[in-house]
Design a protein around this ligand. Structure first.
Ligand code: C5P
Length: 218
C-alpha cells in the first residue's frame, strides 16, 4: 500500500491546483477524479447520449477507456480530450449524480490508486474512494471567491467568461454535488478543514504541503 492523500472540496476551491503542487513536491502521482466525470460527460454530449439516462451512461462507460497521464492529460479512447473538458462543468455534475456512474468511476479510481503514492482530488475521495487515506484534507472557500477565481482562470485561457453566470452555475453545481444521495460533496470526519478564502494560491499550497510534511515526518 502506498501513501495516499485525499483532497476534497467544492469546485474552484483550488483543490486540483493544490493537489498538483503536492504531487510535485513529494513526487506522488496526481489523480484528478473530476476530469473523469468531465470526460464521460463530454463523450455523452458528443455522442448525443441523454445525460439523464443512467442506463445509457453506464453503457457508454463500459465502452470507454480512460487514462490520466502524469502531466494531467486525459486520454479517452486513445484520443487526448484534455482541451475540451474545462467547460463541461454542470454536465459533469449531472452525470455524476447517478449511483451506477459513480460505482464504475469510483472502481476505476481505486484501481488507479492501488499501491501508489498518490494524491487524489474530488468530492468523495476521503469518504468513499479512499476511506483509508493517510491524510485527508477538505478545502473550501466562499462561493464568490471561487467564482472570481474560475472567471479569471477561464479568461486567462482565452475563454469568454461572465462572473455572474459563473457564480450562478457554481451555486447550482454546489447544490447538486452536496445534495445527491450517493457520494455527495462532504467533509470526512477525520479530514482537516482548510478555508482558502482571501488566500493566494501559494499561501494555500504551503499550508497543505507543510501539513503533509508533518504527517510524513519530514
Ligand atoms: O472537480 P471538478 O470540478 O473538475 O469536477 C467536475 C464535477 O464532477 C463536479 O461538479 C462533481 O459533480 C463531479 N465529481 C464528483 N466526484 C468526484 C469528482 C468530481 O462527483 N470525486
Amino acid at each position: 500500500m502506498g501513501f495516499q492523500i485525499a483532497i476534497d472540496g467544492p469546485s474552484a476551491s483550488g483543490k486540483s491546483s493544490i493537489a498538483r503542487e503536492v504531487a510535485k513536491s513529494f513526487n506522488f502521482v496526481h489523480i484528478n477524479s473530476g476530469l473523469m466525470y468531465r470526460a464521460i460527460a463530454y463523450k455523452a454530449i458528443k455522442e448525443q447520449v441523454n445525460l439523464l439516462c443512467e442506463e445509457k451512461l453506464v453503457e457508454l462507460i463500459e465502452h470507454t477507456t480512460l487514462e490520466l497521464t502524469p502531466d494531467q492529460r486525459v486520454i479517452m479512447d486513445q484520443n487526448d480530450v484534455s482541451e475540451h473538458l474545462k467547460t463541461v462543468s454542470i454536465e459533469a455534475s449531472t452525470v455524476s449524480s447517478f449511483p451506477l456512474v459513480r460505482e464504475r468511476l469510483v472502481h476505476l479510481q481505486q484501481e488507479m490508486a492501488k499501491s501508489l503514492d498518490c494524491v487524489m482530488d474530488g468530492r468523495d475521495i476521503g469518504t468513499v474512494v479512499l476511506p483509508q487515506a493517510d491524510v485527508k484534507i477538505f478545502i473550501t472557500a466562499d462561493v464568490e471567491d471561487r467564482a472570481h477565481r474560475r472567471t479569471n482562470e477561464l479568461k486567462k485561457m482565452g475563454i469568454d467568461a461572465d462572473y455572474e453566470n459563473i457564480l450562478d452555475e457554481m451555486i447550482q453545481r454546489d447544490n447538486q454535488d452536496i445534495n445527491r444521495p450517493v457520494g455527495p460533496l462532504k467533509q470526512a470526519e477525520d479530514a482537516l478543514l482548510i478555508d482558502t478564502t482571501g488566500n493566494t494560491f501559494e499561501m494555500s499550497a504551503k499550508i497543505v504541503i507543510d501539513l503533509i510534511k508533518e504527517r510524513l515526518g519530514r
